[in-house]
Design a protein. Structure first.
Length: 430
């Protein structure tokens, strides 16, 4: 006799409502593939009257998701609210304690409370699945946990936020400024219509980096203070100059082991236009993994939007329906390590520095002398004067230098009256 699993979906935003439609339309396919039936017993969101893309059964609608667990026997709960705390944490915690499997795309929740929730899932012998929390439809987490389980991974880096990647690509293609492209991204559904801050300031990508670190290095999710920068300060001018230098700007998430210490960061990078990562455009995500004995592996796919996210959510569902009870991080929680943090001051990169200055004699030498004082040597220099305004743009590509050197050096430039605004700094990959 085929087993029937009772399903509840909590959160009916873009992802939740798309998932709900997939569950309703693919019941037969799911049964064929797993030998198990699914029965949707409850759904929940704040507002029943809100306009949504797909129809839903109002008879099983709850405004308070916690009521669902009191009134229904639920076997699998989808959490798609997306908060790091509050009702998201409460419903997931309550479900796991009630021996209910949980599937979520909520990277904010997992990156903040993943250690506690993983321990809770193991204790109650249920699954906490979060494939959809990193890189949309790319099965990167399952690849690390299963396909690459015996490899010693040393580094993972890539484009982990489709919204930021779309904005940078579109700025280059359309020759439009940041704010104009952001509005376009919001209309297309690639950026949150209200507050897209978490996509733009690097937080979204950084939450994903923390999850990747835990899986790749068999470690607990870290809470170290790390270097996190977004794309809000990237100007069209930088995109154009990068293009002239045969470079392209990408927001990269990086996690690696340096001397057995954990190094995690998110920041814009200048990459070669001919490189693989330099040609991943639009809402696409790409994850590059380095390990032994596999070498280098690359996974690419759409990282933004309800379709790719729902694809990963259903992948997690099928795994549970097939009876796969797994450790959330692939390794028993008790065996996960707490890694020490790598000193960010020792992080080294070549730098792209853009100065907007008064076009006066001696200004360039002031800049290069300051750089030399902090052991930052010039690799390439472009000076573009504007005779109409008596101003100039100076772009310097440096040789590799440490993070502490560049930080100290830039703080000095804030006090120079010939430098009209805080210099723009973008790190160069490689």
């Amino acid at each position: 006799m085929k087993k029937t699993y009772n399903i509840a979906v909590v959160g009916l935003g873009q992802v939740g409502i798309y998932l709900l439609n997939e569950l309703n339309t693919k019941k037969k396919s799911i049964e064929t593939k797993t030998g198990s039936r699914i029965n949707l017993v409850a759904i929940s969101a704040k507002n029943i009257k809100k306009k949504r893309k797909f129809k839903f059964n109002k008879k099983i609608f709850y405004t308070n998701p916690l009521e669902i667990l009191k009134k229904h026997k639920v076997d699998i709960l989808f959490e798609a609210i997306g908060l790091s705390d509050g009702v998201s944490k409460k419903i997931v915690e309550k479900a796991l304690k009630s021996k209910i499997h949980v599937i979520t795309p909520n990277k904010a929740l997992i990156s903040k409370h993943g250690n506690y929730l993983a321990k809770l899932a193991e204790k109650n012998n249920v699954n906490l699945e979060f494939e959809a929390s990193v890189a949309g439809g790319i099965p990167i987490l399952r690849s690390i946990k299963e396909g690459l389980a015996t490899n010693k991974i040393s580094k993972i880096y890539g484009i982990l936020n489709g919204t930021s990647n779309y904005i940078l690509s579109e700025m280059e293609n359309s020759n439009q400024k940041f704010n104009d492209v952001l509005i376009k991204a919001q209309k297309l559904g690639y950026a949150e219509p209200g507050n897209p801050k978490l996509d733009l300031n690097g937080f979204d990508a950084f939450a994903k980096v923390r999850i990747l670190s835990a899986l790749a290095f068999n470690s607990k999710i870290s809470n170290h203070k790390c270097l996190m920068e977004g794309i809000e300060k990237i100007e069209l001018k930088d995109i154009k100059i990068a293009n002239q230098l045969d470079l392209r700007i990408k927001l990269l998430g990086i996690t690696e082991l340096k001397k057995n210490q954990l190094f995690e960061t998110v920041h814009p990078c200048l990459v070669n236009k001919k490189s693989y990562i330099g040609n991943v455009n639009g809402v696409m995500n790409a994850v590059i993994l380095e390990g032994k004995p596999v070498g280098e592996s690359i996974l690419q796919g759409e990282g933004a939007g309800p379709g790719p996210t729902s694809s990963s959510l259903l992948s997690d569902l099928l795994s549970i329906l097939r009876g796969n009870i797994k450790k959330p991080f692939g390794t028993p929680f008790a065996q996960l390590k707490a890694l020490k943090s790598y000193n960010i001051n020792n992080y080294t990169n070549s730098l792209y520095l853009r100065f907007e200055v008064r076009d006066r004699p001696g200004v360039l030498s002031q800049i290069t002398n300051r750089l030399a004082k902090y052991k930052i040597s010039v690799k390439r220099l472009i000076q573009t004067p504007d005779k109409k305004t008596n101003k100039a743009t100076i772009v310097i590509i440096t040789h590799k230098t440490s993070e502490i050197n560049s930080k100290n050096c830039l703080s000095i430039f804030k006090k120079n009256e010939n430098i009209l605004k805080t210099p723009t700094l973008i790190r160069v990959l490689g």
